[in-house]
Ligand binder design. Structure first.
Ligand SMILES: [Zn+2]
Length: 506
C-alpha cells in the first residue's frame, strides 16, 4: 500500500456576533499550531488540539501508511474573527497547500460557526479556499461541531461533512476516527453523495442536548436509520448567536454512491424536526429563584448540593466569563457554601498573587458591560485562599487528559462565596480548576459555572444531574433569543416567529 499524503488544516471558531471580535493574539494565545507542531501535539500524551484531530491521527495511524502534511490548525473562542487575521490565515493555508506537493486528501477541522468582522460565512470562504487550492479531484473531509451554521458553499466545497453527534460533545475523538475511516473508503472507490436540507428553526442552544429533547430525537432517528447505503448522518442545530442569514437547523446525509437513500432519510429527519418545532425553546430558572435556592442550599445541609449554570455568560459560546450578575446577587444575598468557577480577571488574579496566600485584600471584580448601565465592577473584601500558575491536565469530562492553561489563577474567599479567578477565559468544565487550588468539591454546596453544556459530565461526581439548574441571567449568550438584537437571521424563523408554514423541499 502506498503512503497517502493528507493535509491537515483548521480554523476553529464559534463566533458570537454580540461578543467582542477575536484578534490575532486571541488565536495565537489559545491554539495556533503550524507544520509539524500539529502532528506532535496530536500524538502527545496530553494534546491541546481538538480531540477530533487526535482521533483522526489515531485512526489514520491504525489504518495504514500515511504521511500527515499539517499546514495550520488554530482555534479560539469569542466573537467574529478579525477579518485581517482571517484573510492572512486563509492565505497561509493556501500557500501551505500549494507548497505541499501532491496530496491524496485534506482533513479540515473547523467548528462551522465562524464569522469575520466583514463576512458572515467565514467557514464557507475557508472551505472554498481549500478546495480552490487543491483542485476538484482531491477528497476533502471535514469535521464540524453541531453548533456550526452550514452554508451551501461549505457543503459544495467538501466531499463529506462529519458533525459530532453529542451535546455535551463527548464524541469528538470518534468523529475524527470516522472521518479517517470514510477517507479510506473514498480511496477505495466509494463515491459520497450528499443531500442536505435547512429548516427555518434557529434553536436556543439549551434545546440541543442529545440525552433528551427534540434534537436528541432527530439524532436518534438518524442513527436508527443508518444502513449500508448511508455513510454519515450529520445534524447541526447551529449557533443562533452568530446571527447570519445561513442560520438554521440543517440535516446533511451522505450516502455511498447512491443519493436516493440519502434523500429519503434527510427528508424524514427534516420532517421530524419541523413536527417538533415548538419544542425548540428555552426554559430556565429566574435569577431570583436561583439565588433563593442557593441561599436555602447553604443554610440547610439536608438539601442536595447543586450546580447553577449562568446561561448569559457561557464561556464556550462567546461569553466573556466575567459577568457579575450571579456573583453579586449571591454575595449580596448572603449565600453560603458557594463556589464560582471560573471568573476571568487577569488584573485581579495578579492582585491576588501580589497579596499572597492567607492575606486579605479588597477585590475589585471587573465585569462585562452588557446590560449593566455602566456598573461594571463589584468590590468586596476578600481573602486569598490559594494561588496557581498552571498549566494542568484535565481530569474529567470533555477536557479530560488535555492540557489546560488559564494563566495565573487565584481562589478568593468573599465570605460565603468563593471565586476561582483566572487570567484567561477558561470553561469551568473540569473539577481540576478547583482542585488545583485545593478545593474539595464534596464540601461545596452550590457550584456556579459559566458553562451551558459540558458541566454535568464534569461535576456529576459531586452533584446529581437533577440538581443542576439553568439560570436565566442577562448576557451575550442568553438563550432567551427574543431578547437578543439579531439583525441577519433569516425570518420568519422558529422560535422567534411562530405560526408560519414551511414546505420540505425534499
Ligand atoms: Zn458545540
Amino acid at each position: 500500500m502506498t503512503s497517502r499524503r493528507v493535509a491537515i488544516v483548521g480554523m476553529f471558531l464559534e463566533s458570537n456576533a454580540f461578543a467582542r471580535p477575536v484578534p490575532e493574539r486571541g488565536f495565537r494565545g489559545f491554539l495556533y499550531l503550524e507544520g509539524d507542531d500539529v502532528s506532535s501535539d496530536a500524538r502527545a500524551e496530553h494534546p491541546r488540539v481538538m480531540s477530533e484531530v487526535v482521533g483522526f491521527y489515531n485512526a489514520m495511524d491504525r489504518l495504514g501508511p500515511w504521511e500527515p502534511v499539517p499546514v495550520l490548525v488554530t482555534m479560539s473562542g469569542g466573537g467574529a474573527a478579525e477579518h485581517v487575521f482571517f484573510v492572512d490565515t486563509v492565505a497561509k493555508v493556501r500557500q501551505g497547500l500549494a507548497e505541499a506537493g501532491s496530496l491524496d486528501a485534506v482533513y479540515l477541522c473547523n467548528h462551522g460557526a465562524m464569522i469575520t468582522t466583514e463576512e458572515e460565512d467565514g467557514d464557507g470562504l475557508f472551505f472554498a479556499a481549500v478546495r480552490d487550492a487543491v483542485g476538484p479531484d482531491v477528497p476533502i473531509i471535514a469535521t464540524l461541531d453541531p453548533h456550526g451554521n452550514v452554508s451551501d458553499l461549505m457543503i459544495d466545497s467538501v466531499d463529506v461533512v462529519v458533525a459530532y453527534r453529542t451535546d455535551p460533545h463527548v464524541d469528538q475523538w470518534e468523529r475524527g476516527e470516522e472521518a479517517a475511516e470514510l477517507l479510506h473508503e473514498v480511496w477505495s472507490g466509494m463515491q459520497p453523495k450528499t443531500v442536505s436540507v435547512r429548516l427555518p428553526i434557529v434553536p436556543p442552544n439549551v434545546s440541543l442536548f442529545t440525552d433528551e429533547g427534540p434534537f436528541a430525537d432527530m439524532v436518534a432517528m438518524g442513527e436508527q436509520r443508518v444502513t449500508d447505503e448511508i455513510a454519515n448522518v450529520s445534524i447541526l442545530g447551529g449557533f443562533a448567536f452568530s446571527d447570519t442569514s445561513k442560520n438554521g437547523l440543517i440535516v446533511i446525509v451522505t450516502s455511498r454512491n447512491d443519493g436516493g437513500a440519502a434523500r429519503e432519510l434527510a427528508r424524514d429527519l427534516a420532517d421530524l424536526g419541523w413536527e417538533n418545532r415548538d419544542r425548540f425553546i428555552c426554559e430556565a430558572t429566574s435569577m431570583d429563584d436561583a439565588v433563593a435556592l442557593a441561599v436555602a442550599t447553604g443554610e440547610d445541609s439536608s438539601l442536595p448540593s447543586r450546580v447553577f449554570s449562568d446561561l448569559g455568560d457561557n464561556t464556550g459560546a462567546g461569553g466573556p466569563t466575567n459577568t457579575l450578575w450571579m456573583l453579586e446577587a449571591l454575595h449580596e444575598a448572603g449565600a453560603r457554601g458557594v463556589l464560582v468557577v471560573n471568573f476571568r480577571d487577569a488584573r485581579l488574579a495578579g492582585a491576588a498573587q501580589a497579596a499572597g496566600v492567607g492575606n486579605s485584600m479588597i477585590a475589585t471584580f471587573k465585569g462585562d458591560d452588557w446590560d449593566r448601565d455602566g456598573k461594571t465592577t463589584y468590590v468586596a473584601d476578600a481573602r486569598v485562599l490559594a494561588l496557581h500558575d498552571g498549566p494542568f491536565v484535565g481530569r474529567r469530562g470533555i477536557v479530560a487528559g488535555k492540557t489546560l492553561y488559564c494563566g495565573p489563577m487565584a481562589l478568593l474567599d468573599l465570605g460565603g462565596v468563593q471565586v476561582v479567578v483566572t487570567s484567561r477565559a477558561a470553561v469551568g468544565n473540569d473539577p481540576v480548576y478547583c482542585e488545583a487550588l485545593g478545593v474539595d468539591l464534596a464540601t461545596v454546596r452550590s457550584i456556579v459555572v459559566k458553562v451551558r453544556s459540558s458541566f454535568p459530565v464534569a461535576y456529576d461526581e459531586f452533584v446529581n444531574t437533577e440538581n443542576m439548574v439553568f439560570v436565566d441571567t442577562p448576557g451575550r449568550t442568553s438563550p432567551m433569543l427574543q431578547r437578543m438584537p439579531f439583525e441577519r437571521l433569516p425570518r420568519p424563523v422558529y422560535p422567534l416567529d411562530t405560526g408560519f408554514e414551511w414546505i420540505n423541499p425534499l
